[in-house]
Design a protein around this ligand. Structure first.
Ligand code: PMP
Length: 400
């Protein structure tokens, strides 16, 4: 019998994967997937508000006749099914940004839109500007592309335009990634005057804008702000990302990308390589849903429920957080951003919270350079007001 052949280990993973850490809080949060936990952690839409009956009827319609089913179950074009592209364009136009179907590509969640733009625009060493703090999965994507992420100073209202101009001149970035409305993780909304200033700076200094807007439909009070993409100077350089996750259901994995023609073409090529196309049956079901159901009426129901939940969280925070804590009052979206008094570390305290059957997301991982360990993000949409009140009592005990 010959002895065992000498074996070599396989080669190393790509260096860029080593440079991007998984979320350090995932391990702790994986312990929160128990029914008794009140979770202020994930941005999970309230499941009882999903229109399961309406979606089931839409899937039935998509699969009802043999010819329809044959289409729904077949491969389809990378750009998306025409009915859904047209419906997205019409919704976008009705919200103040004139859009045709051929300016829109359907994506597998807006997360994929972000990945496609990252692939189309950023190579190793390219600079991308972000709000500080910002959406963690965007930071991971930029890191995997080998891009250099540079924070733009922000205040309670988001990006400071003067600081943006200074950073653009210094760093020569290719793009600014922004969540101008009900930002993740802070819930902040960029006021109109600053939007105009950001668009003007992007045009004058030569910069792409990536505007991520999964939360814009979830406004509970205050006046609607136009998309950055609608401001003079920004039209030819803004990629707008939209999503059905928060207003229909995240499990559908349906989002869209609206971008200038050359950028859209590059994103389509990247999408061919990524997944050929977004699920045909999900797209057709969504198109049937949009034709049969008044989505805006459904969104109004969701908004009313979420406004009450936001208010329940805000009402309970004074007793739940240690004296001297601060937090904001977002006009929409899913998140309240809080800061504990000096000496508290929200990352270290998460273990104690989980032991008390309550969870939140520490703020530190959302920062690019200098993490503020006193911050935390609280999502108020997943639970009922009574559950929120109970969760806050537990949080008070955990932090007290
Ligand atoms: N961008 C931001 C800012 C988000 O918060 C999320 C969802 N957490 C996404 C993009 C991705 O959303 P989806 O892929 O479900 O559309």
């Amino acid at each position: 019998m010959p002895g065992p052949a000498a074996v070599q280990p396989p080669p190393a993973l790509a260096a860029r994967t080593a440079a991007v850490a998984g979320s350090p809080i995932r391990d702790i949060l994986s312990l929160t997937d128990r029914p008794e936990v009140v979770s202020f952690a994930g941005g999970y839409p309230a499941p009882e508000l999903f229109d399961a009956a309406g979606l089931r009827a839409a899937y039935d319609a998509a699969l009802s006749a043999p010819a329809r089913a044959a289409r729904a179950l077949q491969y389809s074009t990378t750009e998306g099914v025409p009915e859904l592209r047209a419906a997205i364009a019409a919704r976008t136009t009705s919200r103040g940004l004139a859009t045709t179907a051929d300016q829109v590509v359907v994506t597998t969640g807006s997360q994929q839109g972000l990945a496609l733009l990252t692939g189309a625009l950023l190579g190793p060493g390219d600079v991308v500007l972000v709000e500080d703090p910002t959406y963690l999965a965007a930071l991971q994507g930029f890191g995997l592309a080998g891009a250099r992420v540079v924070p733009v100073p922000c205040d309670e209202d988001g990006i400071l335009p003067d600081a943006l101009e200074e950073v653009v001149r210094r760093e020569r970035p290719k793009l600014l990634y922004s969540i101008p409305t009900f930002q993740n993780p802070t819930g902040r909304t960029l006021p109109g005057a600053r939007r105009a200033a950001v668009a003007e700076i992007a045009a004058r200094l030569g910069l792409w804008l990536v505007e991520d807007d999964p939360y814009g439909d979830l406004r509970y009070e205050g006046a609607h702000e136009p998309w950055l993409a609608a401001y003079p100077g920004a039209q030819d350089r803004t990629a707008l990302l939209g999503s059905f996750s928060k207003v229909m259901a995240p499990g559908l994995r349906l989002g869209w990308l609206r971008a200038p023609a050359a950028l859209l073409r590059a994103a389509v090529v990247a999408k061919q390589a990524a997944d050929l196309h977004t699920s045909t049956v999900n797209q057709l079901a969504a198109a049937h849903y949009l034709a049969a159901v008044d989505l805006d009426a459904h969104i109004a129901t969701v908004r009313e429920a979420y406004r009450i939940r936001r208010d329940a969280l805000l009402a309970g925070l004074p007793d739940a957080l240690p004296a001297g804590s601060q937090w904001n009052r977002p006009e929409g979206g899913m998140f309240v951003w809080a800061r504990l008094p000096a000496g508290y570390d929200a990352t270290a305290l998460l273990k104690s919270a989980v032991a008390h059957d309550v969870a939140y997301v520490p703020g530190a991982p959302f920062f690019t350079t200098a993490p503020d360990h006193r911050t935390l993000r609280l999502s108020f949409v997943t639970h009922t007001p009574a559950e929120i009140a109970e969760g806050l009592r537990r949080l008070g005990r955990a932090l007290g």
